[in-house]
Design a protein around this ligand. Structure first.
Ligand code: FES
Length: 117
């Protein structure tokens, strides 16, 4: 029987559930594993990365869904302060400079955020 993967059918979050210019955290099944995701909204667009810092593998939020954003508009890892730009998720300062967060492709449809097929 051909059963579509549940991860592609379940919305991750509503677009309105993320403040414009802000972050949210949710879980999704990626390649069979439950993973924590960072979601970042900019207007009607949302980008997502695995919530795993390339420095020491820690989560980037200081409490679930609570992410730090610097005055320069960078995502800052709460563990040791690595900072990431919010287009590619590249680390531009701190202990893992030059590495990057792992992108998770998502799309916005019908006011909801979905894993991209
Ligand atoms: S785990 Fe993120 S900066 Fe060390």
């Amino acid at each position: 029987m051909d059963t579509p993967s549940p991860s592609t059918r379940v919305a991750l979050i509503t677009l309105d559930g993320i403040a414009d210019g802000g972050f949210a955290e949710t879980e999704a099944v990626i390649a069979g594993d439950a993973e924590s995701l960072i979601l970042y909204r900019q207007g009607e667009a949302v980008r997502a990365w695995l919530n795993i810092c390339p420095h020491a593998g820690r989560r980037l939020d200081w409490a679930p869904g609570q992410f730090l954003k610097s005055r320069e508009g960078l995502l800052v890892c709460a563990a040791h302060g690595a900072s990431f730009e919010l287009v590619q998720g590249e680390c531009v300062g701190g202990p893992c400079r030059g590495e990057a967060l792992r992108v998770v492709p998502v799309e916005v449809r019908d006011g909801q955020v979905w894993l991209a097929p």
